[in-house]
Structures are given as C-alpha cells and as structure tokens.
Design a protein. Structure first.
Length: 190
C-alpha cells in the first residue's frame, strides 16, 4: 500500500518539460521582475512549471528534472522584527537557529511572518527566493549565504512563485545579481 501511494504521489505532482523561456503570463510583480532582470543581463536559465511545490519530495522531483539542487531559502527576523535575513543554504542541511546566530554573532532569529514575507519579499510561503531582494529597495534584508552553496555550479530556486522553478549559474547569482540588487552577501560557514 505504501509503495502504491508513493507512485500515485509521483504521478500527481505535475512538472512541465524544461524550457529556457519566461512564462507567457506572470503571476506576480516579482516574477515579472525576475525574468526582466535575466533578460536585461542576457542570463541563460532553464525552468519548469509545476504544481505547487511545498514538500522536500516535490523539490527532489524538480531537481531531477532540471539536473541541479534547489537551495533552501529562509526569511528570518529578530524578535523585534526590525532586522531581516534571507538565509540561503543547501536543501539537505538542517536549520538550527543557534548555529546561524553563532556564525553571524547575532541574537537568535526566528521565521518572519507570512505577512512580512509578502510585504518585504513579495512571495508566499514556499516561494522565498534570492530574487526577492529586487523588491527590497530600502536594503532592509541582509542576504546570508552558506559557503557550501558556492561550490555548486547551478543555483536552483523559485522564480518567486510556488509553481515555477529555475536553474541559473551560481556565480552570476552570488556575485553579479546580488551586486546589481545592492545586496552584498554575507558568506558564513556552518
């Protein structure tokens, strides 16, 4: 019975064929900004449309289709909700607030609320992406990157929705894109 439900789950999760084109219609202002930025810099990418990807199993299927590893992107804040952090790490690495706080020399952080995620980064739960900093024109968000990300050739992430995922060159994201967006990353090792 368990293997039958796993088969049904795999069949029911939709993933399109891989494309190198932007969506025909954009679902959010952030998604439109993502693709216009990629076009502005003539950055090549591959992407897939999916059913809403919420679980790690969904991400594994997306990774297999795009032949890359999706990053884990967490939107965090301090207790007063006055300092914000976009923490990017490998999907398989557990998130321990104590470890992140220690590596950065800051008090403990927690997950920002759904409302803050939407107002600051323009995304819903499950769609946090490095590209959200395009909407952070006041530089409220500090981008924190796990050093392990730098060893990956491809950067796999959401385009700001839970239904479209892409792979782009990691070096371009970390160096060129974040520089363009005015968010010099803090690189940490945990």
């Amino acid at each position: 019975m368990n293997s039958l439900s796993n088969i049904k789950e795999k069949i029911m999760f939709f993933i399109s064929e891989v494309t190198d084109k932007a969506p025909a219609a954009f679902k959010t202002p952030l998604q439109e900004k993502v693709y216009s930025t990629l076009a502005q810099f003539a950055v090549t990418f591959e992407r897939v449309d999916t059913a809403p990807a919420i679980t790690m199993e969904d991400c594994i299927r997306i990774d297999e289709k795009l032949d890359m590893r999706t990053v884990k992107t967490l939107f965090l804040c301090n207790r007063q909700q006055t300092k914000f952090y976009l923490y990017i790490t490998t999907a398989g690495k557990p998130f321990v607030t104590k470890d992140l706080s220690s590596a950065m020399g800051i008090p403990r952080v927690s997950f920002a609320s759904v409302e803050l995620l939407q107002s600051v980064l323009g995304t819903d739960v499950g769609a946090a992406t490095v590209f959200g900093v395009l909407l952070d024109t006041e530089n409220k968000v500090e981008v924190v990157v796990d050093k392990d990300i730098l060893s990956e050739a491809w950067y796999g992430c959401s385009d700001g929705t839970t239904t479209s995922y892409m792979k782009v060159n990691t070096s371009w994201v970390i160096h060129d894109f974040l520089d363009y967006a005015g968010h010099k990353p803090t690189i940490i090792e945990i």
